[in-house]
Design a protein around this ligand. Structure first.
Ligand code: F6R
Length: 593
């Protein structure tokens, strides 16, 4: 996690450089800091809290050289002191990643008399770089030696006293260098620099760069210069602007009709890019959080429509379980950011086992996109809110298209024309669902509770899992999702007068059974809401809180079912006054294991 922005050039306002950093707050936001050159001196200001707090404590000034950092604490609590940059003697750095052998290094450096002021691994990296620089009297040699000694992951922006250049060092954490009009920026991710330029290069692992006011040189481990390719980021700057919306999350939900349309259209027009999964004996899906939940929906659809067994695994557990992955397995890694450390590590292991790996990824050229044997990009655009909405839906669309393609190859798409017509109608239905007002009323009836439950059967259970995650992560209401039939095996003891229970019923086949489970909770005082489809409402009690979703082909129904839950979580979090786009303790790109 953590975000880095550095600048070198003719001159730039400190506030402007920090505004670039603010676009990386999704990577962490518990403290931030800046080191900048003024009157040939490196000044450092660090503050606990959001970047806005740092800005409030900073002089209005300009600089030709700066490094900045927004932190998601790993080693040491969030505090002014532990915030980056860290300076040891001549070397000042900001760092994203983890130096895994930092304790061992710290001991050795302490034996040499170096005093540490923080609990961070980054201060150890700064001390090591400084020692190597003092020993070798050469920055490049110091960097090369550092890369041999430091284990773990790092994207580092470095300043050296008296040197006045900007250095960028990378291994296993993303780092780009952007080419702006009057200088260069380094950054953890493209959104940071979009307001300045859309031209950038990507540093590869173990490469490093020396950047001056008007030159950029990239080196490999042999100190050979690299011919880099300048890329142009296609999406517009409006992606990182809230526009008239109160929150990014709401804006991104309002983009879902377009995202679903774009993802379907792209893959319907490029069916040849989608692999035929029927040629594999089994499928494994690896992912985390919401991407895990969507993987479960994928399992249900692939097993139901293609008769191929699918095993969905939490990426963080994959390496610690017995694996049956082999060359006959298709391993699908789902990740919005493409940088999730657990998913990336699982992909590397699956590759080693000879499996074909398929990434379903939103961020182009991210680590997972590059590590998988094939990638299907989702067409969600930049997602800023920490809680995923539109990216989750676009992942679901790609999973549906995997099923569609294989059914088509098997010539089993009996109602293809009708399905395609419904896919065409989906954006309109999504728009209507989003514009409804009934979520607020239900949110009002639950927002004062401390606990709540989501229940569903079959595929509805997987929808309940995502619904519950969305609710708890942004509203901080303790929420659990249960397979509807499982509640009575223990958890029903938690149902009290007015405990909210939200039932998901998307299919008539399981209506009666799930209704019985819902009624069991109602008899114990639960405040019931049911989210269901048009055709089912006819058989429900008239006094139930209902959110009704249009009925479409079962293959695409989950797309519509999830939207009310996203809005319900949003309205509930808003009533509770939560920081919706940046929930406490979270970060969007989880680059630590
Ligand atoms: C929840 C959420 C997370 C992510 C998870 C995986 O709203 O966004 O649970 O789904 O951290 O992230 P990616 O998809 O980037 O691998």
């Amino acid at each position: 996690m953590c975000g880095i922005v550095g600048y070198i050039g003719k001159k730039e306002k400190l506030t402007k450089i920090l505004s670039c950093l603010e676009n990386l707050e999704y990577r962490g936001y518990d403290s931030s800091g800046i080191a900048y050159l003024k009157d040939n001196q490196i000044n450092i200001v660090k503050k606990k809290g959001r970047i806005s707090n740092l800005k409030d404590n900073l002089e209005e000034s300009e600089t030709t050289l700066a490094i900045t950092h927004t932190r998601w604490a790993t080693h040491g609590e969030p505090s002014d002191n532990n915030a980056h940059p860290h300076k040891i003697d001549k070397v000042t750095i900001v760092h994203n990643g983890i130096i895994e052998n930092y304790l061992e290094l710290k001991d050795k450096l302490q034996e040499l008399g170096i005093k540490f002021k923080t609990e961070t691994d980054t201060e150890v990296a700064a001390a090591l770089l400084n020692k190597l620089y003092n020993d070798k009297k050469d920055v490049f040699e110091a960097i090369l030696a550092f890369q041999k000694i430091a284990r773990g992951s790092y994207a580092i922006g470095m300043l050296i006293e008296g040197d006045n250049n900007l250095y960028a060092i990378k291994k296993d954490s993303p780092l780009i260098i952007a080419l702006a009009k009057d200088g260069y920026f380094i950054a953890s991710d493209v959104p940071a620099i979009l307001k300045e330029t859309n031209r950038y290069i990507t540093l590869e692992d173990l490469e490093f760069a020396k950047i001056t006011e008007n030159s950029l040189t990239v080196y490999n481990q042999n100190l050979e210069t690299i011919n880099y390719e300048v890329k142009v980021f296609e999406s517009g700057v409006e992606q990182i602007d809230k526009g008239d919306f109160e929150h990014f999350m709401l804006k991104e939900i309002h983009e879902e009709d377009t995202v679903v349309k774009n993802t379907f259209n792209y893959y319907l027009e490029h069916l040849d890019e989608i692999p035929d999964i029927t040629s594999y004996k089994k499928v494994e899906i690896i992912s985390c959080g919401s991407a895990y939940n969507v993987g479960l929906l994928g399992k249900n659809l692939i097993e139901k429509y293609l008769d191929i067994p699918v095993n969905v695994q939490l990426a963080s557990e994959y390496r610690y379980q017995k694996q049956f992955t082999n060359k006959d397995t298709l391993v699908i890694a789902i990740s919005q950011s493409g940088e999730t450390a657990d998913t990336l590590a699982a992909v590397k292991l699956a590759n080693k086992k000879g499996a074909k790996t398929l990434g379903i990824v939103n961020v182009k050229e991210s680590s997972i996109a590059r590590e998988t044997s094939q990638v299907l990009y989702t067409k969600a655009g930049i997602e800023v809110a920490v809680a995923t909405t539109k990216a989750y839906l676009s992942q679901l669309v790609v999973l549906i298209m995997l099923v569609y393609k294989s059914k088509k190859i098997r010539k089993e798409l009996a109602e293809e024309e009708q399905l395609l017509n419904e896919i065409k109608e989906l954006p309109k239905m999504i728009k209507e669902l989003i514009e409804r007002k009934d979520y607020y009323k239900i949110a009002e009836s639950i927002y004062k509770n401390d606990d709540m439950y989501f229940i569903g059967r079959g595929i509805d259970y997987y929808i309940a899992l995502e619904a519950s995650l969305k609710m708890k992560e942004i509203s901080y209401i303790h929420s659990e999702s249960y397979a509807a039939g499982e509640l009575k095996h223990g958890t029903i003891s938690l149902i009290e007068e007015n405990t909210p229970v939200i039932g998901v019923i998307s299919n008539e086949d399981i209506l009666e059974k799930t209704m019985s489970n819902i009624k069991e909770t109602k008899s114990r005082g639960a405040n019931i809401t049911i989210i269901t489809t048009e055709e089912i409402t006819k058989s429900l009690d008239s006094d139930t809180n209902l959110i009704v979703v249009p009925k479409v082909n079962d293959l695409i129904e989950p797309i519509l079912m999830i939207i009310p839950f996203q809005l319900l979580a949003y309205e509930t979090a808003k009533l509770r006054g939560c920081d919706i786009d940046k929930p406490r303790n979270l970060a969007k790109s989880v680059t630590v294991e």
